[in-house]
Design a protein around this ligand. Structure first.
Ligand code: FAD
Ligand code: DLZ
Ligand code: SF4
Length: 511
């Protein structure tokens, strides 16, 4: 019996369950570059190039490893345009009787595959938590908190454990990880890799096929092989991990990456292994080369947040995408695409996103996400933006972060409170306000920082819902304590700004 093992663009792992289940002698590996996957949202050019270049290198490695690989390139004149049609064509080409595939990372494809003929879906073995096990755990709980799940994962993996106790006597060192941006500290830069001939071909292809997609294609410096991704991670261990914890929440105009690892792009493609990364981080701490708050902070992101959001995504099923608990319907302002805004923080993050297809967590959460939350932007439209513009974005990880963590659109299933903040937070954690036309200290008038104008307006418009949230009750009672005239003034100022936002292509607001 001949089988076709379909390996998707984010399944570039030699120990993938479908490859393990296959047979080098009788099965054929199918990989296909298809327009449908590049355009179901119009992905950033760098992201498409990253996926195609990594796919081509992985196909070559599989061949060296003895697999027969049928690779359909985007330039192939006979190509069909979608995964479903490529599979149908391949069945005929190879006289196959079965399709073997590891479960995809998006409901969209999972539902499509359910219609494919003779398809055997295998669980994705690249995660620590099985999605059905997560669902069973979640069903039993009154409230879902990442921290509880994280402790289970620490126990399961034995990472940073001393017997059955957490190393250092605490599970979580997050309080040590909120330092403002460093002053004179020398900050590392992530490694960049010179494109080889294979990647250069892909860059040409992407510029020809997707000229209108968002983002700068060049310079292109991502690793596109497992070996290079490991070099990039080793570089982070040596130069970034030490201060990762301290400056995790900081933002600087001239240091786009601070001490972040920039590894989500490789992890989500399958080029790096999450558990091996965490073991390497733990070893750095045990060798005394990095502090515990940094090692714990990093490990928590991977075995905690990354696994937790995936669990939520599959548990809540396809309908999760339609959540809109705060009833937000404003269109996405143009400046999310063209960076044409006088809010320097937003301008800096969108410009960086356009150039790098990367922003770190606090930029996504507290700048672009926070603005959208305060302004009441439609969470679905915002979700499509995040999915398109970041090189690490796949729905299983992007959607719960956007809808749940950033927009509170699931009503607090994932996050214990909305991540809403005024300009004061951005001022404390970044240097953006130093070069902004707005005054971060001003709460009213022409120069008032829009985050200040919108913050109290947000609290006011959702006061009834938020008063029951123990972490928001204090701000709600402050809002309720404002004199009626002050509340009215806040509403007038914010609504004028929002009206302007709705009418104008940019936020060039003149009070
Ligand atoms: P580091 O700061 O170095 O963290 C190490 C690793 O931890 C990351 O590589 C990542 O794999 C993992 N991690 C950290 N935080 C999270 C988190 N909240 N959820 C899942 N994994 C996490 N991450 C994605 O991988 N893809 C996305 O599409 C994505 N969309 C996001 C959208 C929004 C609105 C927000 C607020 C966050 C999003 N994140 C997403 C989470 C996080 O921002 C990125 O994982 C992180 O910025 C990647 O950069 P890094 O590799 O330098 O991370
Ligand atoms: C993201 C992406 C892109 C741009 N192109 C392809 C492709 O041409 N072929 C493919 O197999 N996969 C691609 N991918 C990754 C898929 O979109 C990804 O597997 C699903 O979104 C599930 O996570
Ligand atoms: Fe952003 Fe307000 Fe600071 Fe300007 S003043 S950078 S808009 S927080």
């Amino acid at each position: 019996m001949r089988g076709i093992i379909l390996v998707l663009g984010d399944q570039l792992t030699p120990t993938l369950s479908s490859l393990r289940a296959g047979d080098r002698v009788c099965d054929v590996v199918l990989m296909a570059e298809v327009v449908a996957e590049a355009t179901y949202v119009r992905h950033h050019k760098k992201k498409i190039a990253l996926v195609f270049a990594a796919m081509r290198h992985f196909a070559a490695e599989l061949r060296v490893d003895g697999w027969r690989v049928d690779y359909v390139a985007l330039g192939d004149p006979a190509k069909s345009g979608s995964l479903r049609d490529e599979v149908a064509r391949a069945i005929v080409r190879h006289g196959a009787t079965q399709i073997i595939v590891t479960e995809p990372g998006e409901w969209r494809l999972m539902e499509d595959m359910a219609q494919w003929p003779v398809t055997k879906l295998l669980p994705d073995n690249r995660f620590l938590a099985d999605r059905h096990g997560f669902a069973a755990w979640a069903e039993k709980r009154k409230d879902l908190r990442m921290e509880h799940f994280y402790r289970l994962m620490r126990r399961k993996t034995g990472l940073l454990m001393e017997g059955d106790q957490p190393a250092g006597g605490k599970w979580n060192f997050d309080r040590d990880n909120r330092s403002p941006p460093p002053g004179a500290l020398a900050l590392p830069e992530p490694l960049r890799f010179e494109p080889d001939a294979v990647t250069c071909d892909v860059l040409q292809l992407v510029s020809r096929y997707f000229p209108d997609h968002f983002g700068d294609l060049k310079p292109f410096g991502f690793a596109v092989t497992r070996a290079d991704a490991e070099v990039a991670f080793a570089h982070f261990l040596r130069h970034g991990l030490h201060d990762f914890g301290h400056y995790q929440d900081a933002m600087l105009s001239d240091h786009r990456f601070l001490c972040h690892s920039v590894t989500s792009v490789y992890l989500n493609l399958g080029l790096l292994d999450p558990l091996a990364m965490c073991r390497a981080v733990e070893a750095e701490w045990r060798a005394g080369r990095v502090p515990l708050n940094s090692a714990e902070g990093f490990i928590r992101q991977i075995i905690g947040w990354r696994e937790f959001v995936r669990g939520i995504y599959w548990w809540r099923e396809a309908s999760y995408v339609r959540s809109n608990a705060l009833n937000a319907h404003r269109p996405l302002p143009d400046f999310y695409w063209n960076a044409d805004t006088t809010m320097h923080c937003v301008h800096a993050c969108v410009t960086q996103t356009r150039e790098e297809a990367y922003a770190h967590h606090i930029q996504r959460l507290m700048i672009t996400g926070n603005f959208a939350l305060l302004a009441g932007i439609d969470p679905h439209v915002l979700h499509e933006w995040y999915l398109a513009v970041y090189a690490d974005a796949y729905e299983w990880v992007e959607l719960p972060n956007t809808l749940g963590m950033s927009q509170f659109a699931d009503g607090g299933l994932l996050a214990s409170k909305p991540y809403a903040a005024s300009g004061a937070y951005i001022h404390r954690m970044s240097d953006y306000c130093d070069s902004c036309d707005y005054d971060v200290k001003a709460r009213e008038g022409e120069k008032a920082c829009p985050f200040n104008l919108l913050y109290w307006h947000f609290v006011g418009r959702h006061a009834d819902r938020l008063q029951g949230n123990s972490r928001m009750a204090r701000v709600v009672s402050i809002w309720r304590g404002f004199a009626g005239e002050r509340q009215a003034q806040i509403k007038r100022d914010a609504e004028r700004f929002l009206l302007f936002l709705d009418c104008a292509p940019t936020d060039r607001y003149n009070g």
